[in-house]
Structure formats: C-alpha cells, structure tokens
Design a protein around this ligand. Structure first.
Ligand SMILES: [Zn+2]
Length: 208
C-alpha cells in the first residue's frame, strides 16, 4: 500500500502567511542541560502549514475545528492539476467532470513554492467564480497547495466566504508536488482544537 504524505514539515524554514505567528519549537526541558527529559513547546498560528479552516474562520457563529466532520475528511478524492498562473476561475474548472466528486484537491505551480521559506504573494488562489463553481457542483471538501484558498488580499475574502458559507471544508497548505492527477483515498485529520478557526492536519493520500 503506497501512502503519499501531502503535509508540509513543520519547522522554522516553513513559509508563513504574513502577520501569522511562524512555527517554532521551543526547548522547555532538555536532557543535555541536565533535565529529566526532552520537552518542547510548539508555537504556531492555527493556520500554519497544512491545516483545515473551520467555518469560524469567517463566521463568528460558525463551528470550530472540533466539529469538522471526519467522514467528510476521509474518503475518495480527486486530484486535478491546473496550469493557470492567476486565480482559479469557473472557466478554469469548466472542463473538469466533478459529477462523482465531493473532495477535490487542486495542484498548481504553488506546490513548487514550498522549498522557499519566503512567503510568495503571487501564489494561485481561487476566485469568487471558481469557488461558486465548486459549491454549485457539490464539492464539499476543497484542498489547495499553498497557505490560502484566497487570491492574496482579495477584498471581502469571497472564496473563503463562498466555500465556508456553503459548508464546504477548506484544506490549505498541501504539498502536491509528487502527486499525479487522479483518484485517491484521502485521510485528513485536523487536530481537535475546540473553538478554533483552523487546525493543523496530517494529510495522506492512498491510491485507490
Ligand atoms: Zn487557513
């Protein structure tokens, strides 16, 4: 059974969204300092690296990450690859048959950006028309391969609001560089952080 880990490593060389807390591992206790064990503290944003957005990210009354339905985060997923250099529109998605899909992972040039610790503002996000297309075609989980589903700094955050507002789960920060387009089984397990607008997740694909 071949597993493909599409999660990014959490370390200090991981790019982070502007003004979000970068990841760090703080040494609290260390054997080599004479402590009884090694114990670290983790510092990060709820939207660090590979993570899931909960409805609360854009809706105060929306549920937190503890309520994300795991049955939606595990199951058949389609990986597509788009060559567009700008925000993903409905036109970019129009030729793709989504009739049997509820989970869609979108591979773009973004996956190449992970090797750079610097954040790239020109990453490829989803436009409002693209988000509406996905919701209209019954997509319940959408995954993207950089730190936001939104085209950078789009006023009103229409992609987030359209997707989260429709109950579609958003997975951000996937690394799909080594994944060929096709059908997989996805296992995405976000941490059960009560009341949180986002939570880090380990995401693995398995060829079905
Ligand atoms: Zn997020």
């Amino acid at each position: 059974m071949k597993l493909i880990d599409v999660s990014v490593p959490l370390d200090t060389s991981l790019a982070f969204y502007p003004n979000n807390l970068p990841f760090s591992l703080e040494a609290v206790k260390r054997l080599n300092r004479g402590d009884s064990s090694n114990v670290s503290s983790l510092h990060m944003s709820a939207h660090t690296g590979t993570h899931v957005d909960s409805p609360r990210h854009f809706f105060d009354e929306g549920s937190g990450t503890e309520a994300l339905p795991l049955e939606m985060l595990i199951g058949r997923a389609r990986v597509i690859e788009l060559r567009t250099r700008t925000g993903i529109t409905a036109a970019d998605l129009a030729s793709i048959d989504l009739s049997e899909d509820v989970r869609l992972l979108i591979k773009t040039q973004n996956s190449r950006l992970w090797s750079d610790p610097e954040f790239h503002k020109d990453y490829i996000g989803i436009t409002e028309s693209g988000a509406k297309h996905l919701v209209g075609h019954g997509i319940k989980v959408v995954g993207v391969d950089y730190l936001s589903v939104e085209v950078f700094k789009t006023p009103g955050a229409p992609a987030h609001r359209t997707l989260l507002g429709a109950g579609t789960i958003v997975i951000e920060g996937l690394n799909l560089r080594d994944v060929d387009p096709g059908i997989y089984e996805m296992l995405c397990l976000p941490l059960k952080v009560v009341g949180s607008d986002g939570a880090p997740a380990r995401v693995v694909l398995r060829r079905s």
